[in-house]
Each structure stands twice: as C-alpha cells, then as structure tokens.
Design a protein around this ligand. Structure first.
Ligand code: DX5
Ligand code: ZN
Length: 216
C-alpha cells in the first residue's frame, strides 16, 4: 500500500519545504495541468525537474494535458519515477507509452470517472499503473465519487485474471474516512492532497492513511 501526497494542496511558494514535510511518503504526486484538458493550470517540465533535485522520494507525475504523445517523454526525462497520461487525451496511447518507457519511467494510464474500464483494458499489458480517477480531474479538495468504486474492483479482478502486475491508483477525495474501503475494492496506491496538507504533521497523517489501507 503506497501513499502519494499530491502537492496540488501544498504551498507553491515553498515547495522545497513542503516536500520535506512529506518525507515519509512512498511517492510524491505531481499534478500537471494545461488549462486545456482540464480548466486549471499548474506547473511544467522545468519545475518538475527541479523538484526531482530536492527530494529523494520518487515523483509520480500525473499529466492532465492534451497531446501527451508530445510531452510525456519530456516529463519522464526529468527522472520522474512514473508518468501517467489520460487515455481521453491521447490520440495514440501506444506512442505515449513508448515515449515514457524509452525515457526510463514507469507508465501510468489514467481514466476519468465517466470512462469505462473496458476502454483501457487492452493497454494494460504495456502499463505499470492504472489511475482510476475518483473525482473529475482539475481541482483538489473535491468529494470522492462513490459510483466509481466498482470500477476499482473491476480493474483489480482484470489484473488478477490476466496475471498482470499493474498497480491500481486512486486519486481524488481520498482520506481517512474512505481509504480502507478503497483498499478493499482493490486499490494499492492512494493519492491524497487535502487530506495530507491540511494536517500540521503531514508524516503522521501519511502513516495513519497507510495503516488504514493496510488494515483490510
Ligand atoms: C485532481 C488531482 C488530484 C488532487 C487530489 O485533478 O489529480 O491529484 O490533487 O486532491 P484531493 O486529495 O484534495 O482530492
Ligand atoms: Zn492527480
């Protein structure tokens, strides 16, 4: 069970200190938004590259951008541990996969709440992680969409039946009240933005979330 705090809820004027405050995390989730695929804008390649230099925790880059085929490789080249692109944004998902892979990062594929699992199933043999969005991508602090939970189980069953070692990540509205339930459904990697950064002691919150996920 891996906890990946999302720095979307961090203080963007003090990112180095914010990264230090989550040193106990398994991954650091970096939300890249382009104001096209989603109606919000965050950071790009130079900032992600610099973040990588000031932390030893692996970076998990979540691209919420159009045309991932063009950009995914550049994010992978920053040294990020994993780069996830949205299926809905890709006109050639296999090209995005090969760009990420050839730059040495793990491959994640994300689907929005309204995208059925069947649309992504055929690509999973080439992926390391499936990101099942539990909110509409674009903003932190939203409530988890409960109706997505069966899709997590569907994904986990598919991995088991097909012998795939693909992580199932959830992102959006994850917190103390629902993480055990998400783990039970089959998630193993949990993004949490507001649930971590709203706490003064972030590492304590990360440990509490991990214990709950492992308690199932
Ligand atoms: C939303 C982002 C999430 C977001 C999660 O589009 O992909 O990573 O930061 O924030 P919380 O945990 O506050 O819902
Ligand atoms: Zn995210």
């Amino acid at each position: 069970m891996r906890i990946a705090p999302s720095i979307l809820s961090a203080d963007f004027a003090n990112l180095e200190a914010e990264l230090r405050s989550i040193s106990g995390s398994d991954l650091i989730h970096v939300d890249v938004m382009d104001n096209h695929f989603v109606p919000n804008l965050t950071i790009g390649v130079p900032v992600v590259a610099r973040l990588q230099e000031v932390t030893t925790v692996p970076l998990d880059v979540h691209l919420m951008i159009d045309n991932p085929e063009r950009w995914a490789g550049k994010y992978a080249e920053t040294g990020a541990s994993s780069v996830t692109f949205h299926l809905e944004a890709a006109s050639d998902p296999n090209e995005a996969i090969s760009q990420i892979r050839s730059s040495g990062a793990k491959v994640g594929i994300a689907i929005k709440p309204g995208t059925a699992f069947d649309n992504v199933a055929h690509l999973l043999e080439h992926a390391d992680m499936l990101l099942v969005m539990t909110v509409e991508p674009g903003f932190g602090g939203q409530g988890l969409i409960e109706s997505v939970i069966p899709k997590i189980s569907e994904a986990r069953d598919f991995m088991q039946k097909n012998g795939l070692e693909v992580s199932v990540q959830v992102d959006g509205g994850v917190g103390l009240s629902n993480i055990a339930n998400l783990a039970r459904a089959g998630a193993d990697t949990f993004v949490a933005g507001s649930a971590v950064f709203s706490e003064e002691n972030r590492n304590e919150r990360i440990t509490a979330l991990r214990l709950l996920a492992e308690s199932i």
